[in-house]
Design a protein around this ligand. Structure first.
Ligand code: LLP
Length: 437
């Protein structure tokens, strides 16, 4: 397993993250356990900030909180000077509850409810990313009722398909998100928005997909957006002051994944902005981005305890852990691949090939197929790396399995930032109708 961030194998032959021995973490907090390398998260944040500072452009780096939205993470993002992208009232509430400055919050989503729009305007968020015509008029109307002129970006689909799994690509024309540039609906959106008294147009937003390794998709999106911006300027006299290029920067889950250093993605984007906007003699706008996975993904490790082993001679050996698709649905949803080691026997040679099964009642609940490990014993601690993004965020209570705790580790200290769910939490919202006696 590739050792990310501060992860290392210590003198006892145990995995250590943030100066904390994984077996100690398991003793103290139990399993399954999400462990987040706080130093690595902060490093990723500052790499984005530094790279943009170096570009000389005005910018915002908005952490896409959907990747992992808990109060401590919002607090960390605030401390690192990031802005925040939220997509629901729940994410907004979490951010506000953590004291995140509202003016640095951007609100996304293709179906914001009137209640969500109202809540966000009342909170004084920095801007809406308007996704469609219905929302545009709703935001204007609610803004009018409240006497607020609402700042807005407009999400467009630039017609760029990034190389990624089909379910997580969003920049292509056939998408539930945004206004299409090619068929003219994006231009029509601005023409209409210009006439709306309670909308202040900041600019345009484009997100081309997720887990992207190449810069070409981003460069192409910048070019399309620059040309579109120029067309809107000429035809409608609107000049954008903000261009948001979304997230999607890839990370290394397994061997063979080859993400670029953050600085290179940022340089490719900022250079493209300078080139394509300058070519049109367009005043260079502020550049915003929204990384999620690349901020938190590699910093997360999930620790499990091995509970049962089943060998089917000549076919396969299943090793079952005390979690699964409830804490990491990504293998089941996207056939995502992960690496893992035995955290308590990290220096031992691999001796067998096993497949890691979750404990949910369905055959699709597999975490890793064909993993080389030392001969696995019941009670071993399995550490799966790169689980920081879209794991806790997408966790469920399927089979009424309690969601794990999350700990932040740093310099030998471990702090619980999300408590393990209790049995009481599991039934907290259940009611038995009185008529049932
Ligand atoms: N901005 C927008 C508008 C997005 O839709 C997304 C991700 C991001 C930013 C952040 O993208 P990132 O930097 O994290 O790639 N559940 C899937 C990923 C869905 C991504 C949805 N949008 C997964 O587990 O891979």
């Amino acid at each position: 397993m590739y050792l990310h961030g501060t992860s290392k194998i210590n003198g006892k032959g145990h995995l250590e993250i943030g100066g904390c021995d994984a077996t100690d973490l398991v003793q103290t907090f139990g399993t399954p356990l999400y462990v987040v390398d706080e130093t690595l998260v902060r490093k990723q944040c500052s790499e984005y900030m530094e790279a943009f500072r170096a570009s000389g452009l005005q910018f915002q780096v908005a952490y896409a909180s959907k990747a992992f939205c808990v109060m401590a993470m919002c607090k960390l993002a605030e401390e690192e000077g990031l802005s925040l992208d939220v997509v629901s009232d729940g994410e907004l509430f979490t951010a506000l509850q953590a004291g995140f400055p509202a003016e640095r919050i951007h609100f996304h989503g293709n179906n914001k409810t009137p209640e969500e729009i109202s809540m966000a305007i009342d909170a004084g968020i920095g801007c809406f990313v308007i996704d469609n015509f219905v929302e545009m008029h709703l935001v204007n109307q609610i803004g009018a009722e409240k006497g607020v002129k609402v700042k807005a970006l407009f999400r467009v689909t630039p017609g760029v398909e990034a190389h990624t799994h089909e379910y997580i690509s969003t920049g292509q024309q056939d998408s539930k998100f945004g206004f299409d540039i090619t068929n003219g609906s994006a231009a029509r959106a601005f023409a209409e928005a210009k006439e709306l008294a309670n909308i202040e147009i900041l600019g345009v937003h484009s997100h081309i997909g997720s887990q992207i390794f190449e810069v070409e998709g981003f460069q192409m999106a910048v070019q399309r957006v620059a040309d579109f911006s120029q067309a809107i300027r000429e035809q409608q006299g609107i000049t954008f002051t903000v261009v948001n290029l979304g997230g999607g920067f890839g990370i290394r889950y397994i061997d063979g994944h080859t993400p670029l250093p953050i600085s290179q993605y940022v340089k490719a984007i900022t250079d493209a902005v300078k080139t394509y906007f300058a070519a049109n003699e367009y005043p260079v706008p502020q550049i915003w981005v929204e990384p999620g996975r690349s901020i938190v993904g590699e910093a997360g490790t999930t620790l499990y305890t091995v509970g049962t082993v089943k060998e089917i001679p000549g076919i396969r050996k299943y090793v079952a852990v005390d979690g699964g698709m409830t804490d990491n649905p990504r293998p089941a949803l996207y056939q995502s691949k992960y690496e893992a080691i035995l955290a308590n026997r990290a220096t031992e040679q691999s001796e067998e090939t096993v497949s890691i099964a979750g404990k949910c009642c369905e055959s699709g609940d597999m975490l890793i197929w064909d993993l080389a490990l030392p001969k696995v014993n019941i009670g071993d601690v399995l550490a799966v790396s790169c689980t920081g993004a879209y794991n806790y965020a997408m966790a469920s209570n399927y089979n009424r399995i309690r969601r794990p705790a999350v700990v932040f580790v740093r310099n030998g200290e471990a702090d619980v930032v999300v408590k393990r769910e209790s049995f009481q939490d599991i039934v907290a919202n259940d009611l038995i109708p009185a008529r049932m006696g």
